[in-house]
Design a protein around this ligand. Structure first.
Ligand code: SAH
Ligand code: SF4
Ligand code: F3S
Length: 445
């Protein structure tokens, strides 16, 4: 197919890393002259970026590819699959079954141009350095952007497919990261989220690279008003990182620190390298250095062998930390992972009932935590109109969703907002002023 006639439709499942990768591929396609369309019907090339972390997203990909195969029977259509499912044997079988034309693993996405030139099926599952050296142009029309700083994961959590799909840790050269952020700044971006499966390990795999703490300080110097990062691993969340956050005002006091379970027995079976006491000590150190910190976490309920007593330890840990927010998942056995191979899955009713109890706990805490912001003034990055009529939506430095009357925030940007009312899910406020990014000191010692 000639690229000039390419009408591409991109569909993304999964995490922020996948969103970033889709943007990367989209930039490459744009440079080839592709046009982007909003529906499958209007497209002659559909590219699906896939997620393998739980059973559900894989099922969704299969049903989408089924639909695309039918479409292919009716008209010329090129189908591509990239991302985490593509990398797995399971994914390659899916690709064969659904007649997928282009298959690119997460480390091979820069091969998209070559894939489109090929007159045959094109499969590439190798990790290529280009995926880390490519500097995509700033995404259009957004004030908030992602920047990949490290790919892959060196941990071996027994339930997790990610090390298999994304391979070992490979840090990106700091010059490229800084260059990308400079470009985002020049394009008017106000918030950057540094991405990786485990950002805290940044630099360890490459001699001479800065540590994550040092990188945070370097990125702070650029002067983008808001810097966030995700995901952190409790084992690698060292004191120097906490100190760098405390001393770099651009870095938001928001930390996502997945705990997975509060029971040491379960943590051990999960292959998480820390124990409850270690985790709680990290939280203590964080709270001490960053008094207003907003904390969120990931929790898996119903890991094989999790007893009622184990689960209750997760509940008590939740109370001890007092999370602002949590992402909660029912354990999903992933083919080929150690926990799926060696352990018996718990009955679904048990898992669902525990999830319900945990959700109750989360709502209670989120409400309590959100209430604390009532009457305070926070900086909100307004993105645009909200689903709720008459409101504009945005988020504050702690990642809370915030709604303000649309008339008070006619343009996207940073506003000072007084929080009037909190719910378990979001904050309602009134604009008390708009802020130029300069309210934050732009040069730090
Ligand atoms: N590297 C990140 C993100 C991993 S995937 C991290 O370690 O935090 C995001 C979350 O999905 C994980 O934190 C975990 O809570 C959840 N998850 C991973 N594998 C899972 C599985 N097999 N079943 C249920 N949840 C899972
Ligand atoms: Fe998966 Fe664990 Fe790595 Fe996170 S740290 S990506 S949960 S193996
Ligand atoms: Fe999913 Fe891969 Fe991200 S498995 S969560 S898309 S790293």
């Amino acid at each position: 197919m000639s690229n000039a006639n390419l009408r591409a439709h991109l569909i993304t499942f999964g995490c922020q890393m996948n969103e970033y990768d889709t943007h990367l591929v989209q930039s490459e396609l744009a440079s080839l002259g592709a046009e982007f369309v909003d529906t499958i019907q209007d497209a002659n090339f559909v590219l699906v970026n896939t997620c393998a972390v739980r059973g559900k997203p894989v099922e969704k990909v299969k049903s989408l590819l089924g639909k695309l195969r039918k479409e292919k029977e009716r008209r010329p259509l090129l189908v591509g699959m990239m991302g985490c499912v593509a990398q797995l044997e399971e994914g390659q079988e899916i690709a064969k079954k659904f007649d997928v034309d282009i298959l690119l693993g997460p480390g091979a996405i820069t091969q998209i141009a070559k894939a489109l030139e090929s007159h045959d099926k094109f499969w590439d599952l190798t990790f290529r350095d280009e995926v880390n050296t490519y500097v995509p142009p700033p995404p259009k029309g957004t004030l908030s952007a992602f920047v990949s700083i490290i790919r892959g994961c060196n941990h071996h959590c027994t339930y997790c497919i990610v090390p298999k799909t994304r391979g070992p840790e490979v840090s990106r050269h700091p010059d490229l990261i800084l260059e990308e952020i400079e470009r985002l700044k020049a394009a008017g971006v106000l918030e950057v989220t540094l991405l990786g499966q485990n950002v805290n390990s940044y630099g360890k795999d490459q001699p001479g690279y800065p540590s994550f703490a040092e990188l945070l300080r370097m990125v702070g110097q650029i002067g983008i008003p808001r810097i966030k990062f995700t995901t952190s691993h409790p084992v690698n969340f060292t004191d120097d990182i906490i100190q760098a956050i405390a001393e770099t005002p651009q870095v938001c006091r928001y930390i996502h620190l997945p705990v997975q379970s509060g029971s040491n027995r379960v943590l051990r079976r999960m292959g998480r390298e820390y124990r409850r006491e270690w985790y709680l000590d990290r939280v203590r150190a964080i709270k001490e250095a960053l008094p207003d910190v907003v904390l969120s976490t990931d929790i898996i309920v119903g890991f094989p062998g999790e007893t009622e007593a184990d689960f209750e330890e997760t509940l008590t840990l939740y109370d001890e930390v007092g999370y602002d927010h949590a992402y909660m998942f029912i354990y999903s056995p992933r083919p080929g992972t150690p926990s799926a191979r060696h352990f018996q899955d718990l009955p679904r009713e048990v898992k669902v009932a525990r999830l319900q109890r945990l959700i109750e706990k989360q709502k209670e805490w989120s409400y309590r935590k959100n209430k604390r912001w009532e009457g305070r003034v926070v900086e909100v990055l307004v993105r645009g109109t909200a689903k709720e009529d008459g409101y504009a939506e945005g988020h504050d430095r702690g990642n809370h969703p915030v709604l303000v009357p649309a008339a008070q925030a006619p343009e996207p940007g940073l506003y000072q907002v007084e929080i009037k009312q909190a719910t378990p899910h979001l904050l309602y406020g009134e604009v008390v002023g708009s802020t130029a990014p300069t309210t934050i000191p732009l040069t730090v010692m």
